[in-house]
Design a binder for this molecule. Structure first.
Ligand code: FES
Ligand SMILES: [Fe+2]
Length: 383
């Protein structure tokens, strides 16, 4: 993103770097950790995930008519497919005859019809039931009412957003002020270069917490990216239910009085958007990480998906080598072996009964802000 777009934030970061401290709360905070062991709370969080738009894929995964993939969410299988009319849809991946799972591979292309393995009921790529063997054996069979059950799928900013139950809001309304940020990033044309999902033994919120404070950069990331950043300085804004934040790099002082028109912000600071409830969108100098967290079957387990998007599809070995290096340093080292590893360690301490609360510093306060947002959504079901 051009630094000009973030000129107010750049000015704020420069002031903070000069003063030697970032955004801070008035006081530190004790956050009880019993909630991260609470199965009942997890179930309420899973309900929250059902009624909010979730990024479940990238548009380029289903470029053409009949392209599809299957996504498991909280024990339910979804079939995401582009119809012959060009529209992307999400269906519960189960046959309307007797509920058998319809599609058993994880992805495919150019599929005109999906045939159930049990009795061969057949659906087109728009979810309509188009074939029933020996339909004379049924009385009053109304094929038009037996299409696949649908979720609310929207395509925006190059992503596929699924709302599993309800929701009338558009993605633009849902994102509010951040919608303009994402539009300006022009993500629609980005290429999905890397896409990997892993299980971890931590609450789904802990890795998000790691993206909400700069306190750990100099210690946890000392072997990877720590040296690039100003210690303990970060700036965050709460935009509705989403969070926009920045961690300045040491070279940000070069932007003092600079013309920001042609400056790439991510060479001087790392912009991170937390799209509620579960996405961390991190802008690197030449690529973008989109990390999505999904709750597991217990409060202490979850899965994370890391998509690395590049402005265009790399064409040469040198270009691919560049992005592979980014993946090695960020995905393999900084995230998996550092941020996600400590998330598991933190959960282990809680599981062991070693602590009753997190003692959050003044500059870890965005963790409380995020957790409060989750709490609000658990109590106000209209959100
Ligand atoms: S369950 Fe699918 S055709 Fe019978
Ligand atoms: Fe980190």
């Amino acid at each position: 993103m051009k630094a000009e777009y973030y000129k107010d934030q750049v000015a704020h970061l420069l002031r903070m770097v000069e003063q030697g401290h970032g955004d801070e709360a008035e006081s530190s905070h004790k956050m009880p950790v019993a909630q991260f062991l609470d199965q009942n709370r997890l179930e309420r969080e899973q309900q929250m995930f059902k009624r909010l738009p979730l990024i479940i894929g990238h548009s380029s995964q289903i470029k053409g008519a009949g392209d599809y993939f299957v996504k498991e969410l909280d024990g339910r299988s979804w079939l995401v497919v582009r119809g012959k009319d060009g529209e992307a849809r999400a269906f519960l991946n189960y046959c309307q005859h007797r509920g058998t799972k319809l599609v058993h591979d994880s992805a495919g292309e150019c599929k005109k019809r999906f045939v159930c393995p049990y009795h061969a009921w057949t659906y087109n790529n728009q979810g309509d039931l188009i074939g029933v063997p020996r339909s004379d054996l049924f009385t009053d069979l109304d094929k038009s009412s037996l299409g696949l059950a649908t979720g609310n799928l929207q395509e925006a900013h190059g992503f596929l957003w699924l709302t599993q139950e309800g929701s009338s809001s558009t993605i633009g309304e849902y994102l509010g002020e951040l919608d303009q940020d994402l539009a300006t990033m022009d993500l629609e044309g980005y290429h999905l270069y890397f896409d990997k999902t892993r299980e971890i033994n931590s609450n789904w919120k802990f890795p998000i917490f790691a993206f909400l404070e700069a306190y750990h950069l100099a210690s946890l990331h000392k072997e990877s990216i720590g040296e690039f950043f100003v210690e303990n300085v970060a700036h965050s804004e709460l935009l509705g239910r989403h969070i926009r934040s920045f961690v300045p790099r040491r070279n940000i002082t070069e932007l003092t009085d600079a013309d920001l028109t042609n400056i790439n912000i991510s060479e001087y600071a790392t912009p991170t958007n937390i799209l509620f409830p579960n996405v961390c969108m991190i802008e690197h100098p030449t690529s973008m990480s989109v990390i999505s967290m999904f709750p597991g079957a217990t409060p202490g387990t979850s899965s994370w998906r890391h998509m690395l998007l590049t402005p265009e599809e790399p064409q040469t070995d040198a270009q691919r080598g560049h992005y592979d290096k980014t993946i090695a340093v960020l995905d393999g080292m900084t995230y998996e072996k550092e941020d996600f590893w400590v998330s598991e360690q933190s959960q282990e301490g809680i599981n062991a009964g070693a602590i009753d609360f997190f003692t959050l510093s003044k500059n870890e306060y965005m963790i409380k802000v995020f957790n409060d947002l989750v709490n609000q959504h658990l109590t106000d079901l209209s959100l």
